[in-house]
Design a binder for this molecule. Structure first.
Ligand code: SIN
Length: 500
């Protein structure tokens, strides 16, 4: 179901979209102040749903990133020496302000990344949950006292912040990926330089404004926006004083950052690409599996790293499952995410539409059949793609190997458990996997044998601040969220106390 495009109208100034115009920040945030690029340059941020110009943001580069690193270095020791309770209180104030301004943050998310309003509202709550969680966990970064081997000595292990953190975040969750990285770093006493995606700097700058209002000391959180991601990333990896890089994005860029981080042996956390299998066994609750597949596949129009990319249905339920999924996908409402009831927003850029169209063409060219959708939703706008379900999909098709990152659900047929586990694991990725089954023995076996960092059993959405999010193989290193997310920003120091 598609919404026809609204008649073009001039974009209102960004501030007029917000209840609190003070959140419309267009300059970078360094050392507690707002500043433009040394060159005076600015870059345009557009609404992917309408193409409207939203704002012109300060276009920083490597030199200003280095200034931000210097500000973080100056702030680092003082912030690390604050008590955990003081840092926790600052994060709690930030959390309260994020919730208080949830409507405006959701407006910014939908405007710059295109996701439907309901998903943007959910993202703000999800993003805020990381601040709350790590404000609490800050007080639990416990060390250890180890039973000694020598009566006159004691063995103590203390946990200390790793130091200045460089965080690089993607456009698909313009708030939550920032808080999932920055909150644990700040909680344990690290100062941060954040480089958000150039497509979505406005949410990041609004978060910085709220952090400023929450009283985070100058230099503890710095946000640098700019189009020259490679140069800014190189400034972060090239600095000996940045001790940790945390990144969410493609495996290709993750590899570059990891290589560059080797120079100074930095700690790295990488949340990279996925190729999630979603398996439906004959004994599954069919309706629940269809709803799970719909939620997993079409969240953010298929633009999440954990989206179901390959859907495997067992022979006995294959036809019924594919038909029901297509029926429900066809009913999804496509349109500008700011319009009431829209469930599928635009893709982020023309290249994304081209990739999705290429995957569909490749699959149909090799024998797949389109049950619903199948092409760009050009009547809605140039960046929209119809929610698509393909059947008779095989492992020779590109959708089996590449992450589609769009609203296409390819349904593969399988015969038995061993066969589907082999197919599911036949990828260099290992982020998220899902399966629906009711046989208890099968549930344990399959959960254990899937080579993935996260497995959803009878569930299509798995992300929460309470659980460790992250992948294996080429999907990344480290975990975000949960108590494990705190460890990523801590170093262990062993102290031997003699002369007791
Ligand atoms: C991602 O797509 O990288 C994050 C998805 C999530 O947190 O659920």
């Amino acid at each position: 179901m598609n919404d026809a495009p609204a008649s073009p109208s001039p974009a209102p100034p960004l501030a007029s979209l917000l209840s609190d115009p003070g959140l419309a920040r267009l300059d970078a945030y360094i050392a507690g102040g707002w500043r433009s690029a040394a060159s005076g340059g600015r870059f345009s941020v557009h609404n992917p749903a309408t193409g409207a110009l939203l704002a012109e943001v300060a276009d920083l580069g490597a030199a200003e990133t280095e200034e931000a690193i210097a500000a973080a270095v100056r702030a680092q020791q003082g912030w690390a020496e604050e008590t955990a309770k003081t840092r926790s209180a600052a994060l709690k104030r930030w959390h309260a302000l994020v919730l208080e301004h949830a409507d405006d943050l959701a407006t910014l998310i939908t405007a710059e990344c295109g996701k439907p309003r309901a998903e943007a509202v959910a993202e703000v709550a999800y993003g805020a949950s990381f601040i709350e969680w790590f404000a609490e966990e800050a007080k639990r970064a416990y060390g250890e006292v180890i039973p000694t081997h020598n009566a006159s000595q004691r063995i103590v292990v203390m946990k200390q912040p790793v130091g200045v953190v460089g965080a690089i975040t993607p456009w698909n969750f313009p708030v939550a990926m920032i808080t999932r990285k920055c909150a644990p770093a700040l909680a344990v006493g690290c100062a941060v330089v954040l480089k958000p995606a150039e497509q979505t700097p406005l949410s990041a700058l609004a978060l910085a404004e709220l952090a400023n209002r929450a009283g985070l000391p100058a230099g503890v959180l710095n946000v640098v926006c700019g189009q020259d991601g490679p140069a800014m990333g190189a400034a972060l990896t090239g600095s000996a004083e940045v001790r940790k890089i945390t990144f969410t994005g493609s495996t290709e860029v993750g590899r570059i950052l990891m290589r560059a981080s080797a120079e100074h042996i930095k700690k790295v956390s990488l949340e990279l690409g996925g190729n999630a299998p979603f398996i439906v066994f004959d004994d599954a609750d069919l309706e629940a599996a269809v709803d799970g597949a719909l939620a997993s596949k079409f969240r953010n129009a298929g633009q999440t790293c954990v989206c179901a990319n390959r859907i495997y249905a067992q022979s006995g339920i294959y036809d019924a499952f594919a038909a029901r999924l297509a029926e429900k996908a066809a009913a999804l409402r496509v349109g500008d995410g700011s319009a009431e009831g829209v469930q599928i927003g635009p893709l982020i850029e023309p290249a994304a539409v081209e990739k999705v169209a290429r995957h569909v063409a490749d699959a149909t060219g090799k024998g797949a059949k389109v049950l619903t959708g199948g092409g760009p939703a050009t009547a809605v706008g140039p960046l929209f793609f119809e929610p698509t379900v393909l059947r008779d999909v095989t492992s020779e098709m590109a959708v089996a190997r590449e992450e589609t990152f769009g609203p296409v659900a390819p349904v593969f047929r399988f015969e038995d458990e061993a066969d589907v586990i082999a197919q599911a694991n036949a990828t260099e990725y290992g982020l998220a996997a899902y399966f629906y089954a009711r046989d208890l023995g099968r549930v344990w076996r399959v959960a254990e044998r899937l080579d993935y960092g996260m497995v959803g059993v009878n569930a299509g959405v798995i992300a929460t601040e309470l659980a460790p999010f992250g992948g294996v193989k080429q999907s990344g290193l480290g975990r975000e969220g949960s108590r494990h997310g705190l460890e990523e920003f801590l170093e262990m120091k062993y102290v031997l106390m003699g002369g007791v």
